[in-house]
Design a binder for this molecule. Structure first.
Ligand code: CTP
Ligand code: MG
Length: 243
Protein backbone atom coordinates (compact mmCIF):
# COMPACT_ATOMS: atom_id res chain seq x y z
CA UNK A 1 0.00 0.00 0.00
CA UNK A 2 1.18 3.52 -0.81
CA UNK A 3 2.59 5.43 2.14
CA UNK A 4 2.55 8.84 0.43
CA UNK A 5 2.31 11.79 2.80
CA UNK A 6 0.70 15.07 1.73
CA UNK A 7 1.02 18.45 3.42
CA UNK A 8 -1.94 20.79 3.21
CA UNK A 9 -1.23 24.44 4.00
CA UNK A 10 -4.44 26.36 4.69
CA UNK A 11 -3.91 29.98 3.70
CA UNK A 12 -7.36 31.17 2.65
CA UNK A 13 -8.32 33.17 5.76
CA UNK A 14 -8.96 36.91 5.73
CA UNK A 15 -6.89 37.59 8.83
CA UNK A 16 -9.48 39.89 10.37
CA UNK A 17 -7.68 40.11 13.71
CA UNK A 18 -4.52 41.20 11.89
CA UNK A 19 -6.40 44.21 10.46
CA UNK A 20 -4.27 44.28 7.33
CA UNK A 21 -5.40 45.31 3.86
CA UNK A 22 -4.45 41.94 2.34
CA UNK A 23 -5.09 38.32 3.48
CA UNK A 24 -2.83 37.38 6.40
CA UNK A 25 -1.03 34.52 4.64
CA UNK A 26 0.16 36.96 1.94
CA UNK A 27 1.64 39.54 4.30
CA UNK A 28 5.36 39.95 3.66
CA UNK A 29 7.67 39.21 6.57
CA UNK A 30 11.42 39.66 5.93
CA UNK A 31 10.63 39.98 2.22
CA UNK A 32 8.58 36.81 1.80
CA UNK A 33 4.83 36.09 1.98
CA UNK A 34 3.92 34.38 5.26
CA UNK A 35 2.67 31.12 3.71
CA UNK A 36 5.99 30.44 1.93
CA UNK A 37 7.81 29.85 5.24
CA UNK A 38 5.92 26.75 6.39
CA UNK A 39 5.65 25.49 2.80
CA UNK A 40 9.45 25.70 2.48
CA UNK A 41 9.87 23.75 5.73
CA UNK A 42 7.50 20.96 4.58
CA UNK A 43 9.43 20.81 1.29
CA UNK A 44 12.60 20.03 3.25
CA UNK A 45 11.01 16.98 4.89
CA UNK A 46 11.81 14.04 2.60
CA UNK A 47 8.87 11.91 3.77
CA UNK A 48 6.40 14.50 2.45
CA UNK A 49 5.87 14.13 -1.30
CA UNK A 50 2.76 16.19 -2.10
CA UNK A 51 1.70 19.73 -1.27
CA UNK A 52 -1.65 21.45 -1.40
CA UNK A 53 -1.92 25.16 -0.70
CA UNK A 54 -5.43 26.54 -0.11
CA UNK A 55 -5.83 30.24 -0.91
CA UNK A 56 -8.60 32.77 -1.63
CA UNK A 57 -9.93 32.17 -5.16
CA UNK A 58 -8.69 35.55 -6.43
CA UNK A 59 -5.17 34.72 -5.21
CA UNK A 60 -4.65 31.47 -7.13
CA UNK A 61 -2.61 32.97 -9.97
CA UNK A 62 -0.69 35.22 -7.58
CA UNK A 63 0.14 32.16 -5.43
CA UNK A 64 1.51 30.28 -8.43
CA UNK A 65 3.71 33.29 -9.32
CA UNK A 66 4.94 33.59 -5.71
CA UNK A 67 5.76 29.85 -5.58
CA UNK A 68 7.64 30.03 -8.92
CA UNK A 69 9.67 32.96 -7.61
CA UNK A 70 10.62 31.34 -4.31
CA UNK A 71 10.74 27.62 -5.17
CA UNK A 72 11.34 27.60 -8.96
CA UNK A 73 9.04 26.29 -11.72
CA UNK A 74 10.00 22.63 -11.23
CA UNK A 75 9.04 22.54 -7.54
CA UNK A 76 5.95 24.67 -8.18
CA UNK A 77 4.59 21.98 -10.54
CA UNK A 78 4.41 19.70 -7.47
CA UNK A 79 2.24 22.19 -5.57
CA UNK A 80 -1.50 21.87 -5.99
CA UNK A 81 -3.09 25.30 -5.46
CA UNK A 82 -6.81 25.17 -4.64
CA UNK A 83 -9.44 27.71 -3.65
CA UNK A 84 -10.53 28.10 -0.06
CA UNK A 85 -13.97 28.48 1.49
CA UNK A 86 -15.72 30.86 3.88
CA UNK A 87 -14.35 29.07 6.95
CA UNK A 88 -11.27 26.97 7.68
CA UNK A 89 -13.31 23.77 7.65
CA UNK A 90 -14.46 24.33 4.06
CA UNK A 91 -10.91 25.25 3.04
CA UNK A 92 -9.63 21.91 4.40
CA UNK A 93 -12.55 20.09 2.75
CA UNK A 94 -11.54 21.55 -0.63
CA UNK A 95 -7.96 20.36 -0.10
CA UNK A 96 -9.14 16.84 0.76
CA UNK A 97 -11.09 16.72 -2.52
CA UNK A 98 -7.93 17.68 -4.40
CA UNK A 99 -5.81 14.81 -3.02
CA UNK A 100 -5.46 11.66 -5.12
CA UNK A 101 -6.28 8.30 -3.53
CA UNK A 102 -2.63 7.19 -3.59
CA UNK A 103 -2.15 9.49 -0.58
CA UNK A 104 -2.10 7.50 2.68
CA UNK A 105 -1.43 10.24 5.22
CA UNK A 106 -2.20 13.92 5.38
CA UNK A 107 -0.77 16.74 7.51
CA UNK A 108 -2.97 19.82 7.83
CA UNK A 109 -1.04 22.97 8.69
CA UNK A 110 -2.02 26.62 9.27
CA UNK A 111 -0.09 29.00 7.00
CA UNK A 112 -0.37 31.34 10.00
CA UNK A 113 2.27 29.20 11.80
CA UNK A 114 5.39 30.07 9.76
CA UNK A 115 7.93 28.94 12.38
CA UNK A 116 7.08 25.24 12.40
CA UNK A 117 10.29 23.16 12.33
CA UNK A 118 11.36 19.86 10.72
CA UNK A 119 11.67 18.02 14.03
CA UNK A 120 8.11 18.85 15.02
CA UNK A 121 6.84 17.75 11.59
CA UNK A 122 8.74 14.45 11.90
CA UNK A 123 7.34 13.89 15.40
CA UNK A 124 3.82 14.36 14.07
CA UNK A 125 4.48 12.01 11.12
CA UNK A 126 5.93 9.23 13.31
CA UNK A 127 3.06 9.39 15.79
CA UNK A 128 0.41 9.66 13.08
CA UNK A 129 1.75 6.46 11.53
CA UNK A 130 1.83 4.74 14.91
CA UNK A 131 -1.50 5.93 16.35
CA UNK A 132 -3.53 6.93 13.27
CA UNK A 133 -3.87 10.59 14.31
CA UNK A 134 -1.51 13.01 16.08
CA UNK A 135 -1.46 16.69 17.01
CA UNK A 136 1.21 18.88 18.62
CA UNK A 137 0.34 20.71 21.80
CA UNK A 138 1.96 22.73 24.56
CA UNK A 139 0.95 23.21 28.18
CA UNK A 140 -0.30 26.59 29.39
CA UNK A 141 2.22 28.61 31.41
CA UNK A 142 -0.08 31.35 32.72
CA UNK A 143 -2.61 30.95 35.50
CA UNK A 144 -5.94 30.27 33.81
CA UNK A 145 -9.19 31.79 35.08
CA UNK A 146 -12.78 31.61 34.00
CA UNK A 147 -14.47 34.97 33.49
CA UNK A 148 -18.10 35.97 33.83
CA UNK A 149 -20.07 38.03 31.32
CA UNK A 150 -18.86 41.28 32.92
CA UNK A 151 -15.27 40.03 32.55
CA UNK A 152 -14.82 39.68 36.30
CA UNK A 153 -12.65 36.82 37.44
CA UNK A 154 -14.26 33.49 38.24
CA UNK A 155 -12.66 30.20 39.31
CA UNK A 156 -9.11 29.15 38.49
CA UNK A 157 -8.76 26.30 35.95
CA UNK A 158 -6.18 23.62 36.62
CA UNK A 159 -3.66 24.39 33.88
CA UNK A 160 -2.35 20.80 33.82
CA UNK A 161 -5.62 19.84 32.20
CA UNK A 162 -5.32 22.46 29.43
CA UNK A 163 -3.43 22.09 26.18
CA UNK A 164 -2.75 24.67 23.49
CA UNK A 165 -3.21 22.66 20.33
CA UNK A 166 -1.16 23.52 17.24
CA UNK A 167 -0.68 22.27 13.69
CA UNK A 168 0.45 20.28 11.71
CA UNK A 169 -2.20 17.74 12.64
CA UNK A 170 -1.66 14.33 11.05
CA UNK A 171 -4.28 11.78 9.98
CA UNK A 172 -4.94 8.82 7.74
CA UNK A 173 -6.55 10.43 4.67
CA UNK A 174 -9.48 7.99 4.53
CA UNK A 175 -10.33 8.65 8.21
CA UNK A 176 -10.10 12.44 7.82
CA UNK A 177 -12.38 12.28 4.77
CA UNK A 178 -14.86 10.26 6.84
CA UNK A 179 -14.66 12.84 9.66
CA UNK A 180 -15.34 15.71 7.26
CA UNK A 181 -18.24 13.82 5.66
CA UNK A 182 -19.78 13.23 9.10
CA UNK A 183 -19.28 16.92 9.98
CA UNK A 184 -21.19 17.94 6.85
CA UNK A 185 -24.01 15.47 7.51
CA UNK A 186 -24.39 16.46 11.17
CA UNK A 187 -23.56 20.18 10.67
CA UNK A 188 -20.62 19.99 13.07
CA UNK A 189 -18.34 23.00 13.17
CA UNK A 190 -14.77 22.95 14.47
CA UNK A 191 -11.72 25.21 14.44
CA UNK A 192 -9.32 22.29 14.06
CA UNK A 193 -9.29 18.91 12.35
CA UNK A 194 -8.67 16.77 15.43
CA UNK A 195 -12.09 17.84 16.82
CA UNK A 196 -13.80 16.21 13.83
CA UNK A 197 -11.76 13.00 14.25
CA UNK A 198 -12.75 12.99 17.95
CA UNK A 199 -16.39 13.36 16.87
CA UNK A 200 -15.93 10.02 15.06
CA UNK A 201 -14.96 8.56 18.43
CA UNK A 202 -11.33 8.02 17.41
CA UNK A 203 -8.36 8.73 19.69
CA UNK A 204 -5.82 11.43 18.80
CA UNK A 205 -2.26 11.22 20.13
CA UNK A 206 -0.71 14.39 21.54
CA UNK A 207 2.95 15.09 20.71
CA UNK A 208 5.19 17.86 21.98
CA UNK A 209 4.58 21.13 20.15
CA UNK A 210 6.80 24.21 20.18
CA UNK A 211 6.32 27.69 21.67
CA UNK A 212 7.81 29.07 18.44
CA UNK A 213 5.04 27.41 16.46
CA UNK A 214 2.56 30.07 17.55
CA UNK A 215 -0.19 31.34 15.28
CA UNK A 216 0.45 34.78 13.79
CA UNK A 217 -2.87 36.40 14.71
CA UNK A 218 -2.54 40.01 15.89
CA UNK A 219 -0.35 42.87 14.51
CA UNK A 220 2.16 42.43 17.39
CA UNK A 221 2.80 38.83 16.27
CA UNK A 222 4.42 40.23 13.11
CA UNK A 223 7.06 42.02 15.20
CA UNK A 224 7.88 38.84 17.13
CA UNK A 225 7.96 36.67 14.00
CA UNK A 226 10.19 39.13 12.13
CA UNK A 227 12.62 39.22 15.08
CA UNK A 228 12.81 35.40 15.18
CA UNK A 229 13.23 35.11 11.41
CA UNK A 230 16.09 37.66 11.53
CA UNK A 231 17.69 35.78 14.44
CA UNK A 232 17.47 32.49 12.52
CA UNK A 233 18.92 34.10 9.38
CA UNK A 234 21.85 35.53 11.37
CA UNK A 235 22.49 32.13 12.97
CA UNK A 236 22.53 30.44 9.55
CA UNK A 237 25.02 32.98 8.19
CA UNK A 238 27.25 32.48 11.27
CA UNK A 239 27.08 28.68 10.96
CA UNK A 240 27.94 28.83 7.27
CA UNK A 241 30.90 31.14 7.85
CA UNK A 242 32.28 28.64 10.41
CA UNK A 243 32.42 25.83 7.82
N1 CTP B 1 -8.06 29.63 6.94
C1 CTP B 1 -8.44 29.19 5.68
N2 CTP B 1 -9.70 29.47 5.22
C2 CTP B 1 -10.56 30.20 5.96
C3 CTP B 1 -10.19 30.63 7.26
C4 CTP B 1 -8.92 30.33 7.73
O1 CTP B 1 -7.65 28.56 4.99
N3 CTP B 1 -11.74 30.49 5.44
C5 CTP B 1 -6.68 29.39 7.40
C6 CTP B 1 -5.93 30.70 7.65
O2 CTP B 1 -5.41 31.21 6.43
C7 CTP B 1 -4.89 30.30 8.66
C8 CTP B 1 -5.51 29.10 9.37
O3 CTP B 1 -6.68 28.73 8.64
O4 CTP B 1 -3.66 29.93 8.08
C9 CTP B 1 -5.86 29.42 10.82
O5 CTP B 1 -6.87 30.42 10.85
P1 CTP B 1 -6.73 31.85 11.55
O6 CTP B 1 -5.44 31.99 12.24
O7 CTP B 1 -8.01 32.08 12.29
O8 CTP B 1 -6.62 32.83 10.29
P2 CTP B 1 -7.69 33.81 9.71
O9 CTP B 1 -9.03 33.17 9.69
O10 CTP B 1 -7.13 34.28 8.42
O11 CTP B 1 -7.65 35.00 10.78
P3 CTP B 1 -8.90 35.70 11.53
O12 CTP B 1 -9.62 34.59 12.26
O13 CTP B 1 -8.26 36.72 12.42
O14 CTP B 1 -9.75 36.31 10.44
MG1 MG C 1 -10.00 32.53 11.58
Amino acid sequence: MSENIAAVIVAAGKGERMQASIPKAFLKLCGRPLFTYSLATFMQVKAVSKYVVVVPENKIKNTRDICSKFFGDKQTKRINIVKGGDCRQVSVENALKALSSDTAWVLIHDAARPLVDNKLIKRVIDNTKQYGAAVPGIKAVDTLKKINLRENLGSTVNRDSILYVQTPQGFRLTTLRKAYMQARQKSLFATDDASLIQALGKPVKVVLGSPLNFKVTFPEDKILTTAILNYKRKKNVENRSRL
